[in-house]
Design a protein around this ligand. Structure first.
Ligand SMILES: Cc1cc2nc3c(=O)[nH]c(=O)nc-3n(C[C@H](O)[C@H](O)[C@H](O)COP(=O)(O)OP(=O)(O)OC[C@H]3O[C@@H](n4cnc5c(N)ncnc54)[C@H](O)[C@@H]3O)c2cc1C
Length: 498
Protein backbone atom coordinates (compact mmCIF):
# COMPACT_ATOMS: atom_id res chain seq x y z
CA UNK A 1 0.00 0.00 0.00
CA UNK A 2 1.35 3.43 -0.89
CA UNK A 3 -1.24 5.88 0.46
CA UNK A 4 0.35 8.47 2.69
CA UNK A 5 -2.45 10.90 3.45
CA UNK A 6 -2.37 12.69 6.74
CA UNK A 7 -5.61 13.44 8.55
CA UNK A 8 -5.97 15.07 11.93
CA UNK A 9 -7.80 13.30 14.71
CA UNK A 10 -9.26 14.92 17.78
CA UNK A 11 -6.90 15.28 20.70
CA UNK A 12 -6.98 13.22 23.91
CA UNK A 13 -6.20 14.14 27.48
CA UNK A 14 -4.07 11.00 27.70
CA UNK A 15 -2.47 8.86 25.00
CA UNK A 16 -1.20 5.42 25.95
CA UNK A 17 1.32 4.05 23.44
CA UNK A 18 1.23 0.24 23.50
CA UNK A 19 -1.35 -2.37 24.36
CA UNK A 20 0.49 -4.26 27.11
CA UNK A 21 -0.22 -4.66 30.81
CA UNK A 22 1.54 -1.39 31.70
CA UNK A 23 -0.58 0.89 29.47
CA UNK A 24 -3.70 -1.06 30.44
CA UNK A 25 -2.95 -0.62 34.16
CA UNK A 26 -2.28 3.10 33.85
CA UNK A 27 -5.38 3.53 31.69
CA UNK A 28 -7.59 1.73 34.24
CA UNK A 29 -6.16 3.72 37.17
CA UNK A 30 -6.62 7.05 35.41
CA UNK A 31 -10.15 6.23 34.22
CA UNK A 32 -11.15 5.34 37.78
CA UNK A 33 -9.51 8.47 39.19
CA UNK A 34 -10.71 10.90 36.53
CA UNK A 35 -13.61 9.41 34.53
CA UNK A 36 -14.12 12.52 32.38
CA UNK A 37 -10.64 12.43 30.81
CA UNK A 38 -10.42 11.14 27.27
CA UNK A 39 -7.90 8.35 26.73
CA UNK A 40 -6.57 6.93 23.46
CA UNK A 41 -4.65 3.63 23.40
CA UNK A 42 -2.55 2.92 20.31
CA UNK A 43 -1.07 -0.52 19.62
CA UNK A 44 0.88 -1.53 16.53
CA UNK A 45 -0.35 -5.14 16.47
CA UNK A 46 -3.87 -6.39 15.73
CA UNK A 47 -4.64 -7.16 19.39
CA UNK A 48 -3.49 -6.10 22.84
CA UNK A 49 -1.09 -8.25 24.91
CA UNK A 50 0.74 -9.78 21.97
CA UNK A 51 4.25 -8.85 23.11
CA UNK A 52 5.85 -9.46 26.55
CA UNK A 53 2.51 -9.36 28.37
CA UNK A 54 1.22 -12.41 26.49
CA UNK A 55 0.82 -15.41 28.82
CA UNK A 56 3.49 -17.62 27.19
CA UNK A 57 5.87 -14.72 26.50
CA UNK A 58 6.68 -14.36 30.21
CA UNK A 59 6.87 -16.72 33.17
CA UNK A 60 3.74 -15.39 34.87
CA UNK A 61 5.33 -15.32 38.29
CA UNK A 62 3.64 -12.92 40.65
CA UNK A 63 7.05 -11.56 41.69
CA UNK A 64 6.83 -10.93 45.41
CA UNK A 65 10.33 -12.09 46.37
CA UNK A 66 8.93 -15.21 48.04
CA UNK A 67 11.24 -17.46 46.00
CA UNK A 68 13.65 -15.36 43.88
CA UNK A 69 17.07 -15.60 45.52
CA UNK A 70 18.52 -12.63 43.62
CA UNK A 71 16.44 -10.31 45.84
CA UNK A 72 18.15 -11.56 49.03
CA UNK A 73 21.93 -11.33 48.58
CA UNK A 74 24.27 -12.40 51.37
CA UNK A 75 26.38 -9.60 52.83
CA UNK A 76 30.14 -10.04 53.31
CA UNK A 77 29.53 -11.13 56.93
CA UNK A 78 27.09 -13.84 55.80
CA UNK A 79 23.92 -12.09 56.99
CA UNK A 80 21.12 -11.73 54.46
CA UNK A 81 20.05 -8.37 53.07
CA UNK A 82 16.25 -8.56 52.73
CA UNK A 83 15.63 -4.90 51.85
CA UNK A 84 15.14 -5.52 48.11
CA UNK A 85 12.85 -8.50 48.81
CA UNK A 86 10.69 -6.37 51.12
CA UNK A 87 10.48 -3.63 48.45
CA UNK A 88 9.43 -6.09 45.71
CA UNK A 89 6.85 -7.69 48.00
CA UNK A 90 5.43 -4.29 49.00
CA UNK A 91 5.08 -3.44 45.31
CA UNK A 92 3.25 -6.71 44.64
CA UNK A 93 0.87 -5.99 47.53
CA UNK A 94 -0.19 -2.81 45.67
CA UNK A 95 -1.06 -4.93 42.61
CA UNK A 96 -2.98 -7.43 44.78
CA UNK A 97 -5.00 -4.63 46.38
CA UNK A 98 -5.86 -2.96 43.06
CA UNK A 99 -6.81 -6.30 41.48
CA UNK A 100 -8.95 -7.12 44.55
CA UNK A 101 -10.71 -3.74 44.15
CA UNK A 102 -11.40 -4.52 40.48
CA UNK A 103 -13.02 -7.82 41.50
CA UNK A 104 -14.95 -6.33 44.43
CA UNK A 105 -16.36 -3.56 42.22
CA UNK A 106 -17.41 -6.01 39.49
CA UNK A 107 -14.92 -4.71 36.91
CA UNK A 108 -13.32 -8.16 36.80
CA UNK A 109 -15.89 -10.93 37.14
CA UNK A 110 -13.61 -13.83 38.00
CA UNK A 111 -10.08 -13.46 39.38
CA UNK A 112 -9.28 -17.05 38.32
CA UNK A 113 -9.35 -15.78 34.72
CA UNK A 114 -5.92 -14.23 35.34
CA UNK A 115 -4.66 -15.15 38.82
CA UNK A 116 -4.12 -18.52 40.52
CA UNK A 117 -2.59 -19.55 43.84
CA UNK A 118 0.59 -21.56 43.20
CA UNK A 119 3.10 -22.13 46.03
CA UNK A 120 6.45 -20.43 45.53
CA UNK A 121 9.60 -22.41 46.35
CA UNK A 122 13.34 -21.82 46.38
CA UNK A 123 15.40 -24.95 45.74
CA UNK A 124 19.17 -25.36 46.09
CA UNK A 125 21.74 -28.10 46.41
CA UNK A 126 25.22 -28.32 47.95
CA UNK A 127 26.31 -27.43 51.49
CA UNK A 128 27.04 -23.75 50.82
CA UNK A 129 23.75 -23.07 49.02
CA UNK A 130 21.72 -24.98 51.62
CA UNK A 131 23.35 -22.96 54.37
CA UNK A 132 22.55 -19.73 52.48
CA UNK A 133 18.92 -20.79 52.06
CA UNK A 134 18.59 -21.56 55.78
CA UNK A 135 19.97 -18.09 56.64
CA UNK A 136 17.59 -16.50 54.12
CA UNK A 137 14.67 -18.37 55.67
CA UNK A 138 15.69 -17.24 59.19
CA UNK A 139 15.88 -13.63 57.97
CA UNK A 140 12.41 -13.72 56.35
CA UNK A 141 10.24 -16.10 58.36
CA UNK A 142 9.09 -13.63 61.04
CA UNK A 143 8.57 -10.73 58.65
CA UNK A 144 4.83 -9.97 58.22
CA UNK A 145 5.13 -9.98 54.40
CA UNK A 146 6.71 -13.44 54.35
CA UNK A 147 4.75 -15.21 57.09
CA UNK A 148 3.95 -18.85 56.41
CA UNK A 149 7.29 -19.64 54.80
CA UNK A 150 8.64 -23.13 55.59
CA UNK A 151 12.13 -24.59 55.20
CA UNK A 152 13.24 -28.20 54.90
CA UNK A 153 16.21 -30.40 54.01
CA UNK A 154 14.20 -33.58 54.54
CA UNK A 155 13.88 -35.49 51.21
CA UNK A 156 10.44 -36.82 52.23
CA UNK A 157 9.14 -33.29 52.83
CA UNK A 158 10.72 -32.06 49.61
CA UNK A 159 9.06 -34.95 47.74
CA UNK A 160 5.70 -33.86 49.14
CA UNK A 161 6.24 -30.25 48.04
CA UNK A 162 7.66 -31.06 44.57
CA UNK A 163 7.27 -34.76 43.63
CA UNK A 164 8.44 -34.31 40.03
CA UNK A 165 11.66 -32.62 41.14
CA UNK A 166 12.48 -35.39 43.61
CA UNK A 167 11.63 -38.37 41.35
CA UNK A 168 14.74 -40.21 40.11
CA UNK A 169 17.11 -38.14 42.25
CA UNK A 170 20.07 -40.07 43.62
CA UNK A 171 20.78 -39.75 47.34
CA UNK A 172 24.00 -38.10 48.48
CA UNK A 173 23.72 -34.46 47.51
CA UNK A 174 22.41 -32.18 50.23
CA UNK A 175 19.18 -30.46 49.17
CA UNK A 176 17.15 -27.68 50.74
CA UNK A 177 13.98 -25.80 49.85
CA UNK A 178 11.58 -23.19 51.15
CA UNK A 179 7.85 -23.34 50.46
CA UNK A 180 5.17 -20.69 50.86
CA UNK A 181 1.49 -20.97 49.97
CA UNK A 182 1.09 -17.23 49.27
CA UNK A 183 2.66 -17.49 45.78
CA UNK A 184 0.74 -16.82 42.57
CA UNK A 185 0.75 -17.49 38.86
CA UNK A 186 -0.49 -14.54 36.83
CA UNK A 187 -1.73 -14.55 33.25
CA UNK A 188 -0.73 -10.98 32.40
CA UNK A 189 -2.18 -11.35 28.89
CA UNK A 190 -5.61 -12.19 30.30
CA UNK A 191 -5.29 -9.34 32.82
CA UNK A 192 -4.47 -6.90 30.00
CA UNK A 193 -7.56 -8.02 28.08
CA UNK A 194 -9.74 -7.64 31.19
CA UNK A 195 -8.45 -4.11 31.83
CA UNK A 196 -8.84 -3.07 28.19
CA UNK A 197 -12.36 -4.56 28.10
CA UNK A 198 -13.24 -2.41 31.13
CA UNK A 199 -11.75 0.67 29.46
CA UNK A 200 -13.56 -0.04 26.19
CA UNK A 201 -16.88 0.13 28.02
CA UNK A 202 -16.09 3.61 29.40
CA UNK A 203 -17.04 6.88 27.67
CA UNK A 204 -14.07 8.77 26.23
CA UNK A 205 -11.85 5.73 25.64
CA UNK A 206 -10.62 4.81 22.15
CA UNK A 207 -8.68 1.67 21.31
CA UNK A 208 -6.75 1.93 18.06
CA UNK A 209 -5.13 -1.36 17.08
CA UNK A 210 -2.84 -1.81 14.06
CA UNK A 211 -1.76 1.79 14.71
CA UNK A 212 1.98 2.37 15.09
CA UNK A 213 3.24 5.56 16.70
CA UNK A 214 6.12 6.74 14.55
CA UNK A 215 6.97 10.10 16.03
CA UNK A 216 6.04 12.52 18.78
CA UNK A 217 6.90 16.16 19.33
CA UNK A 218 5.90 18.71 21.92
CA UNK A 219 4.33 21.89 20.58
CA UNK A 220 4.64 25.43 21.96
CA UNK A 221 1.57 24.97 24.19
CA UNK A 222 3.22 22.01 25.94
CA UNK A 223 0.88 19.44 24.37
CA UNK A 224 2.16 16.54 22.27
CA UNK A 225 1.53 15.78 18.62
CA UNK A 226 1.95 12.19 17.57
CA UNK A 227 2.42 10.86 14.06
CA UNK A 228 0.59 7.55 14.01
CA UNK A 229 0.52 5.16 11.06
CA UNK A 230 -2.73 3.31 10.49
CA UNK A 231 -1.20 0.01 9.36
CA UNK A 232 -4.43 -1.07 7.64
CA UNK A 233 -4.81 1.95 5.36
CA UNK A 234 -1.15 3.08 5.56
CA UNK A 235 -2.36 6.62 6.25
CA UNK A 236 -0.55 8.76 8.78
CA UNK A 237 -2.82 10.15 11.46
CA UNK A 238 -1.93 13.17 13.57
CA UNK A 239 -3.00 12.81 17.20
CA UNK A 240 -2.83 15.40 19.97
CA UNK A 241 -2.37 14.64 23.68
CA UNK A 242 -1.93 16.59 26.88
CA UNK A 243 -0.07 13.63 28.41
CA UNK A 244 1.67 10.69 26.72
CA UNK A 245 2.64 7.40 28.34
CA UNK A 246 5.18 5.45 26.30
CA UNK A 247 4.27 1.91 27.38
CA UNK A 248 5.62 0.33 24.23
CA UNK A 249 7.68 -2.36 25.98
CA UNK A 250 10.89 -2.89 24.00
CA UNK A 251 9.65 -0.20 21.60
CA UNK A 252 9.72 2.45 24.33
CA UNK A 253 13.38 3.46 23.93
CA UNK A 254 13.18 4.58 20.26
CA UNK A 255 10.03 6.58 21.03
CA UNK A 256 11.61 8.17 24.10
CA UNK A 257 14.56 9.19 21.92
CA UNK A 258 12.13 10.80 19.46
CA UNK A 259 10.65 13.03 22.18
CA UNK A 260 13.98 14.88 22.24
CA UNK A 261 13.58 15.60 25.98
CA UNK A 262 16.88 16.07 27.85
CA UNK A 263 16.09 13.02 30.03
CA UNK A 264 16.25 10.81 26.90
CA UNK A 265 19.88 11.71 26.19
CA UNK A 266 22.54 9.14 26.95
CA UNK A 267 20.01 6.31 27.42
CA UNK A 268 20.53 3.12 25.44
CA UNK A 269 19.14 -0.39 25.39
CA UNK A 270 20.48 -3.93 25.24
CA UNK A 271 18.05 -6.60 24.06
CA UNK A 272 17.99 -10.05 25.70
CA UNK A 273 15.59 -12.59 24.32
CA UNK A 274 14.35 -15.64 26.16
CA UNK A 275 13.27 -19.19 25.47
CA UNK A 276 11.41 -21.68 27.66
CA UNK A 277 10.80 -25.41 27.57
CA UNK A 278 7.08 -26.12 27.86
CA UNK A 279 5.39 -29.34 28.88
CA UNK A 280 1.67 -30.01 28.46
CA UNK A 281 1.73 -33.80 29.05
CA UNK A 282 -1.00 -34.18 31.73
CA UNK A 283 0.81 -37.11 33.45
CA UNK A 284 3.86 -34.93 34.10
CA UNK A 285 1.99 -31.69 34.74
CA UNK A 286 -0.09 -33.36 37.46
CA UNK A 287 3.07 -34.23 39.43
CA UNK A 288 4.16 -30.62 39.93
CA UNK A 289 2.31 -27.78 41.62
CA UNK A 290 4.73 -24.95 42.45
CA UNK A 291 7.02 -22.31 41.06
CA UNK A 292 10.48 -23.56 41.97
CA UNK A 293 13.31 -21.04 41.65
CA UNK A 294 16.99 -22.05 41.78
CA UNK A 295 20.25 -20.08 41.80
CA UNK A 296 21.60 -18.24 38.78
CA UNK A 297 24.85 -19.53 37.27
CA UNK A 298 27.99 -17.37 37.41
CA UNK A 299 27.88 -14.43 34.96
CA UNK A 300 24.17 -14.92 34.30
CA UNK A 301 21.97 -11.82 34.54
CA UNK A 302 19.46 -11.87 37.43
CA UNK A 303 16.48 -12.58 35.18
CA UNK A 304 18.13 -15.82 34.00
CA UNK A 305 17.60 -17.67 37.28
CA UNK A 306 16.37 -21.15 36.28
CA UNK A 307 12.87 -22.04 37.44
CA UNK A 308 10.31 -24.78 36.96
CA UNK A 309 6.83 -23.31 37.01
CA UNK A 310 3.29 -24.50 37.09
CA UNK A 311 1.39 -22.22 34.73
CA UNK A 312 -2.38 -21.85 34.64
CA UNK A 313 -3.50 -20.48 31.30
CA UNK A 314 -7.15 -20.44 30.23
CA UNK A 315 -7.96 -22.83 33.07
CA UNK A 316 -5.39 -25.44 31.96
CA UNK A 317 -2.22 -26.29 33.85
CA UNK A 318 1.12 -26.61 32.05
CA UNK A 319 4.79 -26.56 33.02
CA UNK A 320 7.45 -24.15 31.95
CA UNK A 321 11.20 -24.34 32.52
CA UNK A 322 13.83 -21.74 31.74
CA UNK A 323 14.57 -19.14 30.76
CA UNK A 324 17.37 -19.78 28.32
CA UNK A 325 18.77 -16.44 27.23
CA UNK A 326 19.21 -15.56 23.59
CA UNK A 327 20.40 -12.62 21.60
CA UNK A 328 18.60 -10.75 18.85
CA UNK A 329 18.98 -7.14 17.80
CA UNK A 330 15.16 -6.80 17.85
CA UNK A 331 13.62 -4.70 20.63
CA UNK A 332 10.22 -6.38 20.28
CA UNK A 333 9.42 -10.03 19.54
CA UNK A 334 7.63 -8.76 16.44
CA UNK A 335 10.20 -6.02 15.88
CA UNK A 336 12.96 -5.31 13.36
CA UNK A 337 16.59 -6.48 13.30
CA UNK A 338 17.43 -2.78 12.83
CA UNK A 339 16.03 -1.87 16.27
CA UNK A 340 19.38 -2.02 18.11
CA UNK A 341 21.55 -0.37 15.41
CA UNK A 342 18.98 2.42 14.93
CA UNK A 343 18.92 3.13 18.68
CA UNK A 344 22.63 4.00 18.78
CA UNK A 345 23.10 7.77 18.90
CA UNK A 346 26.06 10.06 19.52
CA UNK A 347 24.67 10.76 23.01
CA UNK A 348 24.51 7.08 24.08
CA UNK A 349 27.43 5.62 22.11
CA UNK A 350 29.95 6.14 24.94
CA UNK A 351 27.66 4.49 27.52
CA UNK A 352 26.99 1.55 25.21
CA UNK A 353 30.69 0.99 24.48
CA UNK A 354 31.51 1.19 28.21
CA UNK A 355 28.85 -1.43 28.94
CA UNK A 356 30.22 -3.71 26.20
CA UNK A 357 33.71 -3.35 27.74
CA UNK A 358 32.63 -3.93 31.36
CA UNK A 359 30.21 -6.82 30.89
CA UNK A 360 32.35 -9.60 29.46
CA UNK A 361 30.89 -12.28 31.80
CA UNK A 362 27.40 -11.40 30.49
CA UNK A 363 28.65 -11.52 26.88
CA UNK A 364 30.26 -14.92 27.51
CA UNK A 365 27.07 -16.15 29.18
CA UNK A 366 24.91 -15.02 26.22
CA UNK A 367 27.26 -16.57 23.63
CA UNK A 368 27.23 -19.85 25.54
CA UNK A 369 23.42 -19.72 25.83
CA UNK A 370 22.91 -18.95 22.14
CA UNK A 371 25.24 -21.77 21.04
CA UNK A 372 23.93 -24.45 23.40
CA UNK A 373 22.46 -27.64 21.97
CA UNK A 374 19.09 -29.17 22.81
CA UNK A 375 20.94 -31.77 24.90
CA UNK A 376 22.58 -29.01 26.98
CA UNK A 377 19.17 -27.41 27.49
CA UNK A 378 17.73 -30.75 28.57
CA UNK A 379 20.59 -31.27 31.03
CA UNK A 380 19.79 -27.92 32.66
CA UNK A 381 16.17 -29.07 32.94
CA UNK A 382 17.32 -32.37 34.49
CA UNK A 383 18.80 -30.44 37.44
CA UNK A 384 15.12 -29.82 38.26
CA UNK A 385 13.39 -32.80 36.62
CA UNK A 386 15.90 -35.69 36.70
CA UNK A 387 13.68 -37.97 34.59
CA UNK A 388 12.88 -35.37 31.90
CA UNK A 389 12.56 -36.76 28.37
CA UNK A 390 13.04 -34.58 25.28
CA UNK A 391 9.75 -35.77 23.74
CA UNK A 392 7.71 -34.17 26.55
CA UNK A 393 9.19 -30.67 26.27
CA UNK A 394 8.96 -28.17 23.41
CA UNK A 395 11.13 -25.08 23.02
CA UNK A 396 9.15 -21.84 22.81
CA UNK A 397 10.34 -18.28 22.24
CA UNK A 398 9.37 -15.83 24.98
CA UNK A 399 9.16 -12.06 24.89
CA UNK A 400 12.00 -9.67 24.26
CA UNK A 401 13.50 -7.64 27.12
CA UNK A 402 15.45 -4.44 26.56
CA UNK A 403 17.79 -3.76 29.47
CA UNK A 404 18.47 -0.10 30.16
CA UNK A 405 21.95 1.35 29.56
CA UNK A 406 22.60 4.66 31.30
CA UNK A 407 25.49 7.10 31.41
CA UNK A 408 27.63 6.82 34.52
CA UNK A 409 30.12 9.44 35.66
CA UNK A 410 32.69 6.87 36.84
CA UNK A 411 32.27 3.94 34.44
CA UNK A 412 31.02 5.74 31.34
CA UNK A 413 27.92 3.57 31.20
CA UNK A 414 26.07 0.98 33.27
CA UNK A 415 23.68 -1.82 32.38
CA UNK A 416 20.58 -1.96 34.58
CA UNK A 417 18.32 -4.94 35.12
CA UNK A 418 15.37 -3.19 36.77
CA UNK A 419 12.63 -0.96 35.43
CA UNK A 420 13.08 2.75 34.98
CA UNK A 421 10.38 5.38 34.63
CA UNK A 422 11.72 8.33 32.64
CA UNK A 423 9.61 11.46 32.86
CA UNK A 424 10.21 14.86 31.38
CA UNK A 425 8.83 17.99 29.81
CA UNK A 426 7.01 19.08 33.00
CA UNK A 427 5.46 15.69 33.55
CA UNK A 428 3.66 15.65 30.19
CA UNK A 429 5.46 12.50 29.03
CA UNK A 430 6.59 9.31 30.78
CA UNK A 431 8.31 6.26 29.34
CA UNK A 432 8.77 2.86 30.93
CA UNK A 433 12.08 1.18 30.17
CA UNK A 434 13.38 -2.20 31.34
CA UNK A 435 11.40 -5.25 32.41
CA UNK A 436 12.15 -6.49 35.91
CA UNK A 437 10.43 -7.29 38.33
CA UNK A 438 8.06 -6.47 35.55
CA UNK A 439 4.36 -6.87 35.16
CA UNK A 440 3.83 -7.98 38.78
CA UNK A 441 4.70 -4.50 39.96
CA UNK A 442 2.71 -2.67 37.26
CA UNK A 443 0.50 -0.90 39.82
CA UNK A 444 3.45 0.34 41.87
CA UNK A 445 5.19 1.57 38.70
CA UNK A 446 2.04 3.33 37.49
CA UNK A 447 1.55 4.98 40.89
CA UNK A 448 5.07 6.36 40.43
CA UNK A 449 4.11 7.67 36.98
CA UNK A 450 0.99 9.28 38.49
CA UNK A 451 2.87 10.93 41.35
CA UNK A 452 5.58 12.26 39.03
CA UNK A 453 3.31 13.45 36.25
CA UNK A 454 0.09 14.54 37.99
CA UNK A 455 1.21 16.19 41.25
CA UNK A 456 -1.50 18.85 40.94
CA UNK A 457 -4.28 16.25 40.57
CA UNK A 458 -3.02 13.91 43.27
CA UNK A 459 -4.62 15.61 46.31
CA UNK A 460 -8.01 15.27 44.58
CA UNK A 461 -7.35 11.59 43.83
CA UNK A 462 -5.94 10.47 47.17
CA UNK A 463 -9.22 9.35 48.77
CA UNK A 464 -10.06 7.19 45.75
CA UNK A 465 -6.53 5.78 45.69
CA UNK A 466 -6.89 4.77 49.36
CA UNK A 467 -10.28 3.22 48.66
CA UNK A 468 -8.75 1.10 45.89
CA UNK A 469 -5.38 0.50 47.53
CA UNK A 470 -5.64 0.78 51.35
CA UNK A 471 -1.87 0.65 51.86
CA UNK A 472 -1.30 3.49 49.35
CA UNK A 473 1.27 5.97 50.60
CA UNK A 474 3.02 3.99 53.37
CA UNK A 475 4.66 0.56 53.52
CA UNK A 476 2.73 -2.38 54.92
CA UNK A 477 5.87 -3.72 56.60
CA UNK A 478 5.58 -0.88 59.16
CA UNK A 479 1.90 -1.63 59.83
CA UNK A 480 1.54 -5.35 60.66
CA UNK A 481 -2.16 -5.00 61.52
CA UNK A 482 -3.02 -3.44 58.15
CA UNK A 483 -0.71 -5.98 56.51
CA UNK A 484 -2.75 -8.84 57.98
CA UNK A 485 -6.04 -7.15 57.01
CA UNK A 486 -4.88 -6.54 53.45
CA UNK A 487 -3.64 -10.10 53.15
CA UNK A 488 -6.92 -11.51 54.42
CA UNK A 489 -9.06 -9.25 52.21
CA UNK A 490 -7.09 -9.75 49.00
CA UNK A 491 -6.84 -13.51 49.57
CA UNK A 492 -10.63 -13.70 49.89
CA UNK A 493 -11.52 -11.35 47.01
CA UNK A 494 -8.95 -12.83 44.66
CA UNK A 495 -9.91 -16.41 45.65
CA UNK A 496 -6.33 -17.20 46.59
CA UNK A 497 -7.09 -19.77 49.29
CA UNK A 498 -5.00 -22.77 48.24
C1 LIG B 1 11.14 -13.97 29.20
C2 LIG B 1 10.38 -13.04 30.09
C3 LIG B 1 9.89 -13.51 31.31
C4 LIG B 1 9.21 -12.64 32.16
N1 LIG B 1 8.69 -13.13 33.31
C5 LIG B 1 7.97 -12.32 34.12
C6 LIG B 1 7.36 -12.84 35.29
O1 LIG B 1 7.47 -14.03 35.59
N2 LIG B 1 6.67 -11.99 36.09
C7 LIG B 1 6.55 -10.66 35.78
O2 LIG B 1 5.93 -9.94 36.56
N3 LIG B 1 7.11 -10.14 34.66
C8 LIG B 1 7.79 -10.94 33.83
N4 LIG B 1 8.33 -10.45 32.67
C9 LIG B 1 8.21 -9.01 32.39
C10 LIG B 1 6.84 -8.65 31.83
O3 LIG B 1 6.49 -9.53 30.80
C11 LIG B 1 6.90 -7.22 31.33
O4 LIG B 1 7.35 -6.37 32.36
C12 LIG B 1 5.55 -6.69 30.88
O5 LIG B 1 4.84 -7.62 30.10
C13 LIG B 1 5.79 -5.42 30.11
O6 LIG B 1 4.54 -4.90 29.73
P1 LIG B 1 4.48 -3.66 28.77
O7 LIG B 1 3.06 -3.28 28.69
O8 LIG B 1 5.45 -2.63 29.20
O9 LIG B 1 5.06 -4.20 27.37
P2 LIG B 1 4.51 -5.24 26.30
O10 LIG B 1 3.61 -6.25 26.87
O11 LIG B 1 5.72 -5.73 25.56
O12 LIG B 1 3.64 -4.36 25.36
C14 LIG B 1 4.19 -3.38 24.52
C15 LIG B 1 3.10 -2.92 23.60
O13 LIG B 1 3.56 -1.80 22.86
C16 LIG B 1 3.24 -1.98 21.49
N5 LIG B 1 4.13 -1.12 20.72
C17 LIG B 1 5.48 -1.17 20.64
N6 LIG B 1 5.92 -0.16 19.87
C18 LIG B 1 4.84 0.54 19.48
C19 LIG B 1 4.64 1.69 18.67
N7 LIG B 1 5.66 2.34 18.11
N8 LIG B 1 3.38 2.12 18.45
C20 LIG B 1 2.32 1.48 19.01
N9 LIG B 1 2.44 0.39 19.76
C21 LIG B 1 3.69 -0.06 20.00
C22 LIG B 1 3.37 -3.48 21.31
O14 LIG B 1 2.77 -3.96 20.15
C23 LIG B 1 2.68 -3.96 22.58
O15 LIG B 1 1.28 -3.89 22.46
C24 LIG B 1 9.01 -11.29 31.79
C25 LIG B 1 9.47 -10.83 30.55
C26 LIG B 1 10.13 -11.69 29.69
C27 LIG B 1 10.57 -11.20 28.37
Amino acid sequence: MTSNTTRTESAYDVVLIGGGVMSATLGALLKLLQPDWSIGMFGRLDDVAKESSNAWNNAGTGHSALCELNYTPARADGTIDISKAVGVNEAFQLSRQFWAYLVESGIIASPRAFLNPIPHMSFVWGDENCDYLRRRYEALKDHPLFSGMRFSTDPAQLAQWMPLVMEGRTAGTKLAATWIAAGTDVNFGALTHLLVNFLSGQPGFDLKLSHEVEDLKQDASGSWRLAVRDLTSNATVSVGARFVFIGAGGGALPLLQKTGIPESKGVGGFPVSGQFLRCTNPDIVSRHHAKVYGKASVGAPPMSVPHLDTRVIDGKEGLLFGPYAGFSTKFLKQGSLWDLPKSIRMDNLGAMLAVARDNMPLTRYLVQQVLQSNETRLNALRDFVPNAQAKDWELITAGQRVQVIKKDAKKGGVLQFGTEVVTGANGTVAALLGASPGASTAVSIMLTVISKCFPGDLPRWEAKLREMIPSYGAPLADRPELCAQVHERTTRSLQLES
